[in-house]
Write a protein that binds this ligand. Structure first.
Ligand code: PLP
Length: 376
């Protein structure tokens, strides 16, 4: 068999994720692998947890990366917090709300879906109506930044409503973290999961999660065991927290992806150097620049202005344009990746991501120039 090393083509990633990875992160990934129970590695893990708390704006002791992609962060929240028979209200305004519903059903829970149009934020009034109609609901789940449409929901208000009706909350912050204001403690979010590959400028494959004391109390007082061995926080914590709650007694649970965690640590160090608020501002500033350029090209964003995400811009495909052919030409001619529409928006939009290290003026200029030349 003739084989050779894989050399990826040089791409600029301006789709829904992964985003461009910062060279400091790729350099960190290449550092020598050490044992995942090595005291030096444990010290790095403690620092990593602190950096994640900074990024998520939380003091939750249970804040750590799950060793798997964002979807595993989602499953970690649902399998630990939903017991068979539990009623869960799922706010769904795109692909990822739909996946939350799937998770509830697979956990043996009863999902009550509050549906909103794709391309719109979740309507708090609809959630309030559902909470009144289902006083036995135990949880409310929603997506902060719906990557499939570019809509940003008002998580602060949704969480407030859920708490008023005595429900815990699960928030998907996979695309939000680092790109949009997210205040886990100030908003009272009970369980949140994110992803490494979007606004953190890191490689895919890790899912930061954070659980409040109230959420953790629910996990530790379950009457049924968590059906996933790998994602059962009661077991994972033996590794990430140590059984005594400290780092001194870490025990083997699974072999942590050592080098991937170096990468996430580096990405979070960079985020702390920039400042989380400055990162939100950069994403917003670059979104405005992209929007101005798109308007000059005669292109329109589909999400109403007040509900737009800065890091994911859904652009209406002009009539008569073959959207797939445009994406193919951008990739072939300019090594530029933008995303297609999904589900209800398939064929109707392009999704232009400005996430993390991809959210830079030079990327905006490349994208606008390339789009302009392909469309004219
Ligand atoms: N939730 C949202 C909002 C996402 O955008 C994604 C991925 O794009 C996921 C969950 C799933 O993350 P992953 O693809 O890393 O499993």
């Amino acid at each position: 068999m003739q084989v050779s090393s894989f050399q990826p083509p040089p791409r600029t990633l301006m789709g829904p994720g992964p985003a461009d990875v910062h060279p400091r992160v790729t350099a960190a990934l290449a550092r020598p692998t050490i044992g995942h129970l090595d005291p030096a590695f444990s010290a790095m893990m403690e620092e990593l947890k602190g950096l994640l708390r900074y990024a998520l704006r939380t003091d939750n002791p249970l804040t750590m990366p799950v060793s798997a992609p964002g979807s595993a962060g989602m499953e970690t929240c649902f399998v630990n917090l939903v017991e068979p028979g539990d009623k869960v209200i799922v706010c769904s305004n795109g692909v990822f709300g739909g996946r939350m519903r799937e998770n509830v059903v697979r956990c043996g829970g009863e999902a009550v879906v509050v549906a909103d149009d794709w391309g719109r934020a979740v309507d708090p009034q609809k959630l309030e109506d559902a909470l009144k109609a289902h006083p036995d609901a135990k949880l409310v789940a929603c997506v902060h930044a719906e990557t499939s449409t570019g809509a940003c929901s008002d998580v602060k208000t949704l969480v407030e409503l859920a708490h008023r009706h005595d429900c815990l909350t699960i928030v998907d912050a996979v695309t939000a973290l680092g790109g949009s204001p997210l205040e886990v403690d100030a908003w009272g979010i009970d369980a949140v999961y994110a992803g490494s590959q979007k606004c953190l400028s890191c490689t895919p494959g890790l899912a930061p999660v954070s659980f409040s004391e109230r959420a953790l109390a629910k996990v530790t007082s379950r009457s049924t065991p968590v059906q996933s061995w790998f994602l059962d926080l009661n077991l994972v914590l033996g590794y990430w927290q140590g059984n005594d709650g400290g780092s001194s007694k870490r025990s083997y649970h699974h072999t942590a992806p050592v080098n991937a965690l170096y990468g996430l640590h580096e990405a979070l160090v960079m985020l702390a150097e920039e400042g989380i608020e400055q990162s939100w501002e950069r994403h917003h500033r670059n979104h405005l620049a992209l929007r101005a350029g798109l308007e000059t090209l005669g292109l329109e964003l589909v999400v109403p202005e007040a509900e737009r995400l800065p890091q994911l811009n859904a652009v209406a495909v002009p009539g008569g344009v073959d959207e797939a052919a445009v994406r193919a030409r951008l990739l072939d001619t300019y090594d530029l990746e933008i995303g297609a529409g999904l589900g209800a928006l398939a064929g109707k939009v392009w999704r232009i991501g400005l996430m993390g290290y991809s959210s830079r003026p030079e990327n905006i200029l490349l994208c606008l120039g390339a789009l302009g030349s392909v469309l004219n």
